[in-house]
Design a protein around this ligand. Structure first.
Ligand SMILES: *Cc1c(COP(=O)(O)O)cnc(C)c1O
Length: 375
């Protein structure tokens, strides 16, 4: 390819500059301003949840979400292992210890069976972080039945699943606290940013307070708690407002890319798509494939072959419990013996370029390179 094909790069809709210019014209450059409040309102309307706080990143949202749910030093937090480190770094920020949970094969998301096993050893986790991997909603009926039975609050990491639905309900509605990311690689971006969604005004106000340096209501700067500088800027929120206008278009484009790949690989017995779980409508943020166990071609062979054509692809997220930084953390496998599900999937999967700017021809070209290699 003459022009590099990306995994998922920023894709502006056209109206972003209008909102940025408004911020400049009114000198609302500081964090705070109309774009921030409007962006929050638009997200609330889109997701169907009453309160949102726009923050500087998805990671900041997870940090304040854990804090709001009362997670503190010495606590245990269960978290999907098959995810990006942003899901679990904040567990350490609050002084708690992550315990990682394996995936199930259908959705690649948290395995209810592995979660049950974790509760046998740790009956009182302070929180469960459930991730919607690559835009595929987790199995919320099964998972929330378990967390409710144990009275554990849930933080839904829907960073990758904005626009996805589980049984007709948008992701971002399933956690006591849910978060989104607007990092540059996500389905829409503010160049960097995040959002936390909650159900009560009390939760909203508390999170906003922490995110703006915990300033008490005094004439001078009075602080009774540790604060954070985590607010999204009015400039970035302007990009977000422009992006909200094209969110549904981006979902449609990503779904189309997935459909083309699916068609191209349907006769290749070594390749299966990371499919949409039953009763779900995924945003297909990243289209991914998994190679069959008897496939002679390795995931790095595919990535290297695509790189030779100036095409970006990636391995799946390397499971968190296999990361050196988390090597002392406990992990619960879905399988009773042998390798865990997520380690097996990691070794056989590739995230394919899923950039919403890709043409149908480019998607078919990527698939052809792979089909020529894997046969
Ligand atoms: C991107 C991402 C995050 C972190 O979001 P940032 O905005 O990059 O801090 C957290 N969890 C998952 C699953 C992500 O993909």
């Amino acid at each position: 390819m003459k022009e590099r094909v990306y995994l998922s790069s920023p894709h502006m809709g056209g109206e972003e500059m209008k909102y940025i210019n408004e911020a400049f014209d009114t000198n609302w450059i500081a964090p705070l301003g109309k774009n921030v409040t409007e962006f929050e309102k638009e997200m609330c309307d889109y997701i169907g949840r009453p309160y949102a706080v726009a923050l500087s990143s998805g990671s900041a949202a997870i940090h304040l979400g854990l804090k709001y749910l009362g997670v503190k030093k010495g606590d245990i937090v269960f978290c999907s292992s098959f995810t990006f480190s942003g899901s679990c770094n904040a567990i350490d920020y609050v002084g708690a210890t992550p315990v990682f949970i394996d995936s199930e094969v259908d959705s690649y998301n948290m395995s209810p069976k592995a979660l049950e096993k974790a509760y046998k050893k740790y009956p009182n986790p302070a929180c469960v972080i459930i991730v919607d991997l690559y835009g595929n909603p987790a199995d919320y009926d099964s998972l929330l039945a378990i967390t409710k039975a144990h009275n554990t609050p849930v933080l839904e990491d829907s960073a990758e699943s904005l626009g996805s639905q589980y049984k007709g309900v948008k992701t971002g509605n399933f956690g006591d606290v849910s978060i989104f990311s607007f990092n540059g690689n996500k389905i829409i971006t503010t160049s960097g940013g995040g959002m936390i969604m909650v159900n009560t005004k009390e939760a909203h106000d508390k999170i906003l307070f922490w995110a703006t340096q915990s300033r008490e209501n005094f004439p001078w700067y009075q602080h009774e708690e540790i604060g954070y500088n985590y607010r999204l800027s009015n400039i970035c929120a302007g990009i977000g407002r422009g992006q909200m206008k094209v969110l549904d278009t981006r979902v449609a484009q990503k779904r189309k890319i997935f459909d083309i790949y699916s068609e191209c690989f349907k006769d290749n017995k070594y390749i299966s798509m990371i499919a949409e779980p039953k009763d779900c409508r995924a945003n297909h943020w990243l289209s991914g494939i998994t190679l069959s166990k008897d496939c002679k071609v390795g995931f790095m062979d595919i990535i290297n072959a695509l790189a030779e054509h100036n095409i970006e692809s990636r391995p799946a997220w390397k499971p968190m419990h296999t990361q050196p930084v988390f090597k002392n953390c406990d992990f619960f496998s879905h399988n009773d013996y042998g390798e865990s599900v997520c380690e097996d999937l990691f070794r056989r999967s590739v995230c394919l370029p899923s950039d919403s700017k890709m043409t149908e021809e480019q998607v078919r070209y990527v698939a052809k390179i792979i089909n020529d290699l894997v046969k």
